[in-house]
Design a binder for this molecule. Structure first.
Ligand SMILES: [Zn+2]
Length: 554
C-alpha cells in the first residue's frame, strides 16, 4: 500500500497545482494533463482506443472530459463499474490577497499561518498531517485516487472479467455539463459494447457531520434536489382601501411559514433524514414605489429528497400552499371583522377563496381556451428571453406569468412549478441484485479496513452534498418524469436532462471520499491520515469485491 499512498499524494498535489476553476480554460488544461498521465500508462499505450478526450456537447467554453476504460481478460463479462470524479473547482476569491497561492499547497500553508483563525484551524496549520489548497479536498485528491486505481487494475487485467470505466468531468461545481454529456456517451458505448453498469464509485469529499465528529463516512446513494417555486398572485388595492385586496406579500409570508424549514417536509428513507426545505428567493414583482399594494410575488425553495419523486413533492407543497391560503383568508377575515367593530361599520365576509394550481393545470386550462396560439406565445417570449440571456429561474417565472395572463379567472391564485436544476436522489434500498452486491462489496471492504486501521468508519445512506452522482439514475416511472417535465416551464427551452440515457445506465452509487475539512472555504484541507491510507484501501477493496462477486456464478 505504501507505493499507492505516495502515488496518490504526489498526484493530488500535482493536480491541485493546475488551477481549474469552473467556467475557465483551466478545466481544459487539467483534462489535458489527466489524459497525458493516463496515456503514459502501459495499458493505454497498448490499448490507445481505450483512452479518450471527448468534447462536452454544445459547450461554448469548448471544455472536454476524459474517459478511460480497462477491459478484464480473465473471462468475458458485460459487468461494468463506473468511477467518476470532477476535475473543476470553485473560484478562489475567498483567498483574498492569498489568491495567487491558493493552488500551491506548500506556500499557502505558510501564508495562512501568518493569519488568524480559530483554534482548530491553527492546530491543523501547525500539524504536518493537514494539506491546504483550493481543490485538494474537492476533489483533486479523489481524482488522483481514481487514476491510481486505474493504473493498479490495468496491471492485472488477466485476474478479472468485466470493465472499469473512469471519467474525469468538468463543470460539476456549475451545471454538471461534463457529467450530463458523459452520461449520453456512456449510454451509447454501453449499447455498442454491451456494457451493463453495475455500480458507480465517486471519490468526492467527506467531512464530519457536526462539530467534533471524528467518524469517517462512506456513503451509499446520494441526496437529490428540486427547486419548487411559487408564483403568488393576489389582488392589488389602494392602501386607503386595504381590505379590498389580497396582499400577495401576506400570502407569500404564510407560505414561507408553512414551508421554510418545516420538519414535516424532511424526506426520510431508511431512517435517514434530509434537511427541510429552505427558501432561496422571496421577491415581490412590483417594480416601482406606489401606494398600490403588491399583487404578485415569486418564492422558491431548495428541496432535498431521499425518496420522494417530483410528483410527490408537488403534491406535498400543494397541500402546504392550500393551508397557507386558508390561513391568510382566515386572518384577513378576523382582522377585517375587528376593524369593522372598531369603526362601527357592518362586517361582510371577504370574497377570497383558496386556489392552488400546478403549472401543468394552469397550462392545460389556458391551452383549452387558446389552443396552439398559446405555445406560439410561449415560444416567442422564450426567444426574447433567450436573446437577453436571463437566468433559468427568471426565465421560468416569466413563462408562468405569461400563461397566467391568459387564465380566465382573475382571482388570487398560487401557481406551483419547478425551476432548474433537478438532481435525482439515488436510494440504494438493497432490493435488487446490483444494489445488494454493491452493499455487500462495501460492507466487506469497510470491515476489512476497520481491522487494518484505527478509524471509526461509518456506512451511511445518501451522500449529503449535491453532486454528479445524481445523474447515475433517475425515476424509471414515466408518469413521475412527465410530472416533472410538465411542471418545469424551462424544460427543453433552457434546460433538460438526458432522461433516456440516465435511465439506460441507471445504477446504484457510492462515495468513498478523502477526509478533510472546509470544502469551498479558504481553509479547505485534507488529512493525510485516512485520506492516503484507509480511503484507498476501501476503494481498492470495493472494486475488487465487486469484480469478484460478479464473477462467482460464471
Ligand atoms: Zn466536489
Amino acid at each position: 500500500m505504501t507505493h499507492i499512498r505516495e502515488k496518490i499524494k504526489n498526484l493530488s498535489l500535482e493536480l491541485t497545482r493546475i488551477p481549474s476553476i469552473v467556467g475557465t480554460e483551466g478545466e481544459i488544461h487539467i483534462a489535458e494533463r489527466i489524459y497525458d498521465i493516463l496515456s503514459k500508462m502501459d495499458y493505454f499505450k497498448q490499448n490507445p482506443n481505450n483512452l479518450k478526450m471527448i468534447d462536452v456537447k454544445g459547450d461554448t467554453l469548448k471544455r472536454k472530459y476524459v474517459m478511460a476504460f480497462i477491459e478484464g481478460t480473465k473471462f468475458r463479462s458485460s459487468k461494468t463499474i463506473l468511477m467518476l470524479g470532477h476535475i473543476d473547482t470553485v473560484g478562489m476569491e475567498d483567498y483574498g490577497e492569498l489568491k495567487e497561492f491558493a493552488t500551491n499547497p506548500e506556500i499557502l500553508k505558510k501564508k495562512l499561518f501568518e493569519k488568524k483563525f480559530n483554534q482548530e484551524i491553527m492546530k491543523d496549520l501547525e500539524s504536518d498531517n493537514w494539506i491546504f489548497g483550493r481543490g485538494i479536498f474537492d476533489m483533486k485528491t479523489g481524482v488522483a485516487a481514481l487514476i491510481v486505481m486505474m493504473e493498479e487494475f490495468s496491471k492485472r487485467v488477466e485476474e478479472f472479467g468485466g470493465n472499469l470505466v473512469f471519467i474525469g468531468v468538468p463543470d460539476e461545481e456549475g451545471n454538471s455539463a461534463g457529467m450530463l454529456s458523459a452520461v449520453e456517451d456512456l449510454a451509447k458505448i454501453a449499447e455498442e459494447k454491451g456494457w451493463d453498469f453495475v455500480a458507480a464509485i465517486d471519490t468526492d469529499y467527506m467531512t464530519g457531520r457536526f462539530p467534533g465528529d471524528e467518524n469517517k463516512y462512506v456513503y451509499i446513494g446520494t441526496v437529490g434536489k428540486l427547486l419548487p417555486c411559487f408564483y403568488i398572485y393576489g389582488k392589488e388595492t389602494h392602501v386607503g382601501e386595504a381590505f379590498n385586496g389580497l396582499d400577495a406579500n401576506l400570502l407569500a409570508a404564510e407560505i414561507m411559514r408553512e414551508v421554510d424549514l418545516s420538519s414535516d417536509l424532511c424526506d426520510i428513507a431508511d431512517g435517514e433524514v434530509t434537511l427541510p426545505p429552505i427558501s432561496l428567493h422571496l421577491r415581490d414583482l412590483k417594480t416601482e414605489y406606489s401606494v398600490q399594494t403588491v399583487n404578485a410575488v415569486n418564492l422558491y425553495f431548495n428541496f432535498a429528497t431521499h425518496i420522494s419523486q417530483p410528483d410527490e413533492v408537488l403534491e406535498k407543497l400543494k397541500v402546504k400552499a392550500a393551508r397557507a391560503f386558508e390561513k391568510t383568508i382566515e386572518r384577513l377575515n378576523q382582522e377585517y371583522k375587528k376593524y369593522c367593530e372598531l369603526s362601527k361599520i357592518p362586517y361582510k365576509k371577504l370574497p377570497w377563496e383558496v386556489r392552488v394550481l400546478t403549472f401543468e393545470e394552469l397550462y392545460s386550462q389556458v391551452k383549452e381556451k387558446l389552443g396552439e396560439s398559446l405555445d406560439k406565445m410561449i415560444d416567442n417570449l422564450a426567444d426574447e428571453l433567450l436573446k437577453k440571456g436571463v437566468d433559468d429561474r427568471e426565465f421560468s417565472l416569466r413563462i408562468v406569468q405569461e400563461v397566467h395572463k391568459y387564465y380566465p379567472d382573475t382571482n388570487p391564485v398560487v401557481v406551483l412549478y419547478f425551476s432548474p436544476p433537478y438532481y435525482p436522489h439515488n436510494f440504494v434500498k438493497g432490493e435488487n441484485e446490483k444494489e445488494n452486491k454493491l452493499l455487500e462489496a462495501i460492507n466487506k471492504a469497510v470491515e476489512e479496513a476497520k481491522k487494518q486501521y484505527d478509524y471509526k468508519i461509518v456506512i451511511k445512506k445518501f451522500y449529503p452534498y449535491i453532486s454528479d452522482l445524481s445523474y447515475c439514475s433517475i425515476a424509471k416511472n414515466d408518469e413521475s418524469i412527465a410530472k416533472l417535465i410538465n411542471n418545469m416551464p424551462a424544460w427543453s427551452r433552457t434546460y433538460s436532462l438526458p432522461v433516456k440515457a440516465i435511465q439506460k445506465i441507471s445504477m446504484p452509487v457510492v462515495n468513498i471520499g478523502p477526509y478533510g475539512k472546509d470544502g469551498h472555504k479558504l481553509t479547505e484541507r485534507i488529512s493525510s491520515t485516512y485520506t492516503f491510507d484507509a480511503m484507498p484501501f476501501i476503494l481498492e477493496k470495493t472494486i475488487s469485491n465487486l469484480l469478484k462477486c460478479y464473477s462467482e456464478n460464471i
